[in-house]
Design a protein around this ligand. Structure first.
Ligand code: CTP
Ligand code: CA
Length: 219
């Protein structure tokens, strides 16, 4: 494999975030982190230094070019990314960050009482958008989106709002794609183009994404 990314630093977010409710409970999601880890492997195989800021997953990075920074909450993920981002050439936001977190975290286990329980939630920091504001001309940012309606136009809106160079749109309309599957069907949305790919294994999807990033940056 040609080490095209030698000397480049990539920061990647991956996996879900867990937002605590009390010492034993949290709000999470079904992200496995597979897509983010596949991207990390692919970049590392091509010579990049990869910093993988990962929410809770069962996955393990294989390549010695990958440094994993484990985090739990969106706030922790943001703190880690913010610190590493200025020195990185490429940012890839593949994490399924919880959009909201409990407003207060109980310091004791919440006991069962009454027939209803309401937990007040507040918005989490948008890591991609916050970093987008700091992005320099020489940096390249990639986001992910999973949409069910108006897919391309919603993705394009996110591209602009978060100051991303590229957004990887996951199709939910395809059986075999998305959460819990080893395969994915993506369309890569850029300012003026949309590039559609076939349903394939996540490791091959990662290669398609990395190839296009390479083309846009250095060809
Ligand atoms: N993202 C992020 N921080 C958040 C939420 C999202 O960094 N708090 C990133 C994701 O990693 C992804 C991109 O933003 O790369 C788009 O995420 P998505 O959930 O599709 O977009 P949202 O802006 O959260 O909008 P919504 O969930 O309402 O569609
Ligand atoms: Ca979201």
């Amino acid at each position: 494999m040609e080490k095209l990314f030698k000397g480049k630093t990539v920061i990647l977010t991956a996996g879900p975030t867990y937002e605590p409710i009390d010492p034993v409970r949290f709000i999470g999601n079904h992200s496995t982190g597979k897509m983010g880890y596949a991207l990390a492997e692919c970049f590392a195989q091509r010579g990049a230094q990869v910093k993988l800021v990962a929410g809770p997953t069962n996955l393990q990075a294989q390549h010695e070019g990958i440094a994993v920074i484990p985090v739990t909450t969106a706030d922790e993920m943001y703190a880690a990314v913010k610190q590493l981002a200025p020195a990185a050439d490429i940012w890839v936001f593949a994490a399924a960050v919880a959009d909201y977190k409990p407003k207060v975290v109980a310091d004791r286990k919440i006991k069962k009482a009454g027939d209803e329980l309401t937990i007040e939630l507040v918005k989490n920091v948008d890591i991609a958008a916050a970093l987008g504001k700091e992005k320099r001309e020489d940096q390249f940012a990639v986001g992910f989106a999973l949409e069910t309606d108006n897919e391309a136009s919603n993705a394009r809106e996110k591209l602009q709002k978060k100051n991303l160079n590229m957004i990887v749109l996951n199709s939910l309309n395809d059986p075999g794609a998305g959460f819990k599957h080893d395969t994915n069907k993506i369309t890569i949305i850029e300012k003026d183009t949309a590039t559609a790919f076939e349903l394939k294994h996540k490791s091959e999807v990662a290669q398609d994404i990395v190839n296009l990033i390479w083309e846009r940056l250095y060809v």
